[in-house]
Design a protein around this ligand. Structure first.
Ligand code: ITT
Ligand code: NA
Length: 184
C-alpha cells in the first residue's frame, strides 16, 4: 500500500517512512502548502487543512500538525510552533526559559487522514526543555526536548528510538491500527 503525506517538512517524512516501512506501507511526500488557520487547537488546524486539500488531491492522503507546549509559558508556542521556530528559533525559546525552574513541556501531534472524510489521530509525549541544545539528528525543537525517563534529547536519538516514544510515533500508531481495521 502507498500513502500520500502532505508536508513541507522532510523530518516528518523520514519518521513516517521509518514507521510504516516494517508494515509494508510506502510513504510518499506530497510537497503542497495549505493554509494553517489561526485556531486554538491542533485538531482544528489539521481538520481545516485536510478539508481544504481534499478538493485538490485525488485519492486518500494524510497530514500532520504538531506543536510544542511549554508549561511555564502557558502552553506557548503550541499552535504557533511553526511560526515561532522560524522566527525565534531554538535560541529564542532558550532565552524565554532562561532562569525558569519549571521546564516541563510536551509535544502533541495530530495526524489527519482523508479518504472522503476526515479521521484524526493524536499523540503526546511529556518531557522537559533542556538548558542548552544537544544532538544533531531529528529536526525542529528536538535538540532542546528531553522526554521523561530518558537521559538524552530527541536529537540524540535515532529515528526508530524517537518513533517509539514520540508524539508523532503515537499518532502514527493510532493511524496504523485504524488502517489495519478499516482497510480490509
Ligand atoms: P508541515 O508542512 O507538515 O506543516 P511544519 O514544519 O510547518 O511542516 P507544523 O506546522 O506541524 O510543521 O509545525 C510544528 C513546528 O514544531 C515546526 O516548527 C516543527 O519543526 C516543530 N516540530 C514538530 N514536530 C516536531 C518534532 O517531532 N520534533 C521537534 N520539533 C517538531
Ligand atoms: Na506547517
Amino acid at each position: 500500500m502507498r500513502l500520500m503525506f502532505v508536508t513541507s517538512n522532510p523530518g516528518k517524512v523520514e519518521e513516517a517512512k521509518k514507521y510504516f516501512e516494517p508494515l509494508g506501507v510506502d510513504v510518499h511526500q506530497l510537497h503542497l502548502e495549505y493554509p494553517e488557520i489561526q485556531a486554538d487547537t491542533l485538531e482544528e488546524v489539521a481538520l481545516f487543512g485536510v478539508e481544504w486539500l481534499s478538493s485538490m488531491i485525488d485519492g486518500p492522503f494524510f497530514l500532520d500538525d504538531s506543536g510544542l507546549f511549554i508549561d511555564a509559558l502557558g502552553g506557548f508556542p503550541g499552535v504557533y510552533s511553526a511560526y515561532v521556530y522560524r522566527t525565534l528559533g531554538i535560541g529564542g525559546i532558550l532565552k524565554l526559559m532562561d532562569g525558569v525552574e519549571n521546564r516541563r513541556a510536551h509535544f502533541e501531534s495530530v495526524v489527519a487522514y482523508w479518504d472522503g472524510e476526515a479521521h484524526l489521530f493524536t499523540g503526546r509525549v511529556d518531557g522537559e526543555i533542556t538548558n542548552g541544545p544537544k544532538g544533531s539528528s531529528g529536526f525542529g525543537f528536538d535538540p532542546i526536548f528531553k522526554p521523561h525517563g530518558f537521559d538524552k534529547t530527541f536529537a540524540e536519538m535515532t529515528t526508530e528510538e524517537k518513533n517509539v516514544i514520540s508524539h508523532r510515533g503515537h499518532a502514527l500508531k493510532a493511524f496504523a491500527d485504524w488502517l489495519k481495521e478499516n482497510l480490509k
